[in-house]
Design a protein around this ligand. Sequence first.
Ligand code: ADP
Ligand code: ADP
Length: 226
Amino acid sequence: MAGITLNNIVKRYGDGFPAVNDVSIDIADGEFMILVGPSGCGKSTLLRMIVGLEDITTGDMLIGDRRVNDLAPRDRNLAMVFQNYALYPHLTVYENIAFPLRLAKMDNAEVDRRVREASSTLELDEHLDRKPGNLSGGQRQRVAMGRAIVREADAFLFDEPLSNLDAKLRGQMRTEIARLQKKLGITTVYVTHDQTEAMTLGDRVAVLKKGILQQLATPRELYENP
Ligand code: ADP
Ligand code: ADP
């Protein structure tokens, strides 16, 4: 695990106004950081720069004490949890969680050790032989997180993971994500345009507007001083 440091990050697409304009955020090891703001404020661009899917124009990005500006996504040891969970319907829960380890050609004993440890942490032990189609939304979310944690990633990155869900399920999943994040203690960056998510999920909230970091505070501080 590791914290993530953004130092004076700028992203320009072409010659227009910067999509991300001189943003500095220190995300502590184990912290749950929310990036929130209206459409077009630069939050996805920022997340994509952290993952390494987008080049940084200027500024420095560190994971732990390693400068990662020029590292390929696969060398950053981060785990992105996708909006649709991207589970394979024809594979069991076990094989869905094991998938990144199979890709990495890890030996079976180590795959088994990691999958069992992750599924125990995520309370999925009893569902390992099932297929995603037979799981509840919350269970599917946990499988997606399991796939991320078996890789022993330094941090989780979420890009609006709940935006396709109805209000009731979204509420349940919010609770689930917050609980699991605390249990795992893994550094997490979570992008949303939803104020409720921003105010209920994270340890701190970074509010972006037109690429500029407008506020960086705990939900309580934002509530008392909006
Ligand atoms: P958000 O995730 O907050 O909706 P984005 O990071 O997607 O915001 O976009 C921030 C700004 O950068 C917007 O003005 C958007 O139009 C622009 N932008 C995003 N991606 C690209 C791209 N690939 N090429 C050019 N402009 C882009
Ligand atoms: P492939 O093209 O072999 O399917 P991917 O494009 O899925 O591989 O992944 C390329 C690299 O990105 C992998 O080596 C892995 O370390 C990393 N990676 C895979 N999935 C994720 C993820 N969910 N989040 C972050 N990094 C990932």
